[in-house]
Write a protein of this length. Structure first.
Length: 57
């Protein structure tokens, strides 16, 4: 996630508008990113498909 912040502007993206997404089991990874203090400020939005953070075991 830090690499994305460091490089996204060079690729034409907006570092303030990064969205992460996960579907099914990938939603668990997104939930982990949402809960991790080390990723604070590295993305603006998250999309969870076919699961919720409360579904994580």
């Amino acid at each position: 996630m830090q690499w994305v912040q460091d490089e996204i502007a060079a690729l034409g993206g907006d570092p303030g508008a990064v969205t992460i997404a996960g579907e099914s089991g990938g939603s668990d990874s997104v939930c982990a990113q949402l809960a991790s203090p080390s990723t604070s400020g590295l993305f603006a939005r998250a999309v969870l498909q076919s699961a919720t953070c409360s579904d994580a075991s």
